[in-house]
Design a protein around this ligand. Structure first.
Ligand code: SF4
Length: 338
């Protein structure tokens, strides 16, 4: 990979804050959902965003896909500021929105329940001129259904969403998202709505598509096992988020087998363990179980209220995100110069 090559997508010091209004007027608070994130995505990159609910991973994913406007910071698509394009070059913005697709967690929210699988898949193909007629669309959709192993395709093409299983709906959602041949897919908890037994199948479908097209994935997950699966098979990276910021970022094996940040250690320890002996030996005890509010994040290190290693500096000064080894970053005073 040429490191000087302009990334497909670059996020620079991104902040997305939401103002909560009082019922009777005035401001109740500001949720700092994403609070200073930088990231580069090149062709074929796979980045898994991991963290508890409320850590900002979905908001970051939506901002990357242009669904949420940043409060501060910049998102560049092939070197061009996407929100400047929105104002000054609608065609360029339209192209960026086409090339970066967001796959929501709940396939139902993406489907019109009164439309058949054929209509669901054919509409974008006609809109983006991948086909020129509904007749041509039938062959195209049958092929898509075979490719995603929703078979026999003739049986499924005229079914409605409620006539599909959770796994089939998620596969068809993936086919819908990829029918326009995007360069980046932001997949928001794609396996959460799928039966456990079918999760690996869905990830394998995503991996097969990655092999074919070297699409870049931003894979959002609240658990480490699926993040590890998809990033290890693609040479990807895991980014662990806590209260709107990255606290650790690096290759999956390093992050999971040798987590540096106390929060990553806690996430690894929290993963369900089949071996009860190993589960008993799990080591890190957090000082607090609950995550603090993103409207009023703790001063200094945002993790200090829960961290068993917290020192005086942690309550006063925010640690920087530093590169501790090639491609591996951590935000913690245990590793940074004080
Ligand atoms: Fe814990 Fe301090 Fe590191 Fe934060 S900076 S994770 S409080 S040791």
């Amino acid at each position: 990979m040429d490191v000087n090559e302009v990334p497909l997508l670059e996020v620079r010091d991104l902040k997305v804050h939401f103002v909560i209004k009082k019922r009777i007027g005035g401001v109740k608070g500001v949720v700092r959902a994403v609070d200073g994130v930088s990231l580069k995505i090149r062709k074929g990159d796979v980045i898994a965003l991991v963290g508890e609910s409320g850590c900002g991973k979905t908001t970051l994913g939506k901002a990357i896909a242009g669904l949420v406007k940043p409060t501060e910071g910049t998102i560049l698509w092939k070197g061009r500021d996407v929100w400047k394009m929105y104002r000054e070059d609608p065609k360029g913005f339209f192209e960026y929105k086409l090339r970066v697709q967001y796959m929501p967690q709940d396939p139902y929210s993406a489907f019109n329940p009164s439309k058949t699988v054929f209509e669901i898949l054919c509409t974008p193909l006609l809109k983006w001129k991948r086909v020129t007629s509904r007749a041509e669309c039938i062959d195209y959709v049958l092929k898509i259904l075979s490719d995603i192993k929703v078979t026999p395709p003739e049986e499924y093409i005229f079914r409605y969403p409620h006539q599909l299983s959770g796994g089939e709906r998620q596969r068809i959602l993936f086919a819908l998202i990829t029918s326009v041949e995007p360069d980046v897919v932001v997949a928001d908890e794609p396996i959460t709505a799928v039966d456990v037994a079918l999760r690996v199948d869905l990830m394998n479908l995503m991996l097969e598509y990655w092999e074919r097209r070297r699409v870049a994935y931003v894979f959002i997950s609240h658990e480490l096992a699926s993040a590890r699966y998809i990033t290890e098979k693609t040479g990807g990276k895991i980014g662990v988020m806590y209260l709107g910021k990255f606290v650790e970022f690096g290759p999956p094996r390093a992050v999971i087998e040798n987590p540096l940040h106390p929060y990553t250690q806690a996430l690894v320890d929290a993963a369900p363990e089949l071996d009860l002996e190993i589960a008993r030996k799990k080591r890190l005890r957090l000082r607090e179980v609950d995550i603090p509010s993103a409207t009023n994040p703790p001063k200094g290190c945002r993790f200090h209220t829960r961290c068993p290693y917290a020192m005086d500096i942690c309550t006063e000064k925010e640690p920087p995100l530093i590169e501790v080894e090639n491609g591996r970053y951590v935000r913690c005073w245990l590793y940074a110069k004080r």
